[in-house]
Design a protein. Sequence first.
Length: 95
Amino acid sequence: MELYIDSADISIIKHYFSLSIFTGITTTPTFFFRNNIMNYEEEIKKIQKIENAWIHIEALGNSVHEIVENGKSTHAVGGNIVSKIPVSKNGIEAA
């Protein structure tokens, strides 16, 4: 079994990773915006420096094109990034 921290808050991620029971992080751009983080790509790079772990990030958009482009831009940050696609008509088409 793998456990993932579901957060965009670096202090929370650091704290829970110190327990050595988590495999990675899962988050969404919405979490970044809720924490007043507007440049989430830069924040992803900060998270990557905490731990060389997989980061699962939801790709957002109102159309198939937007979902695909958001997933590509997030993945382009580099490292161990997995794009999560929402289960919706557009999300399924984007996959």
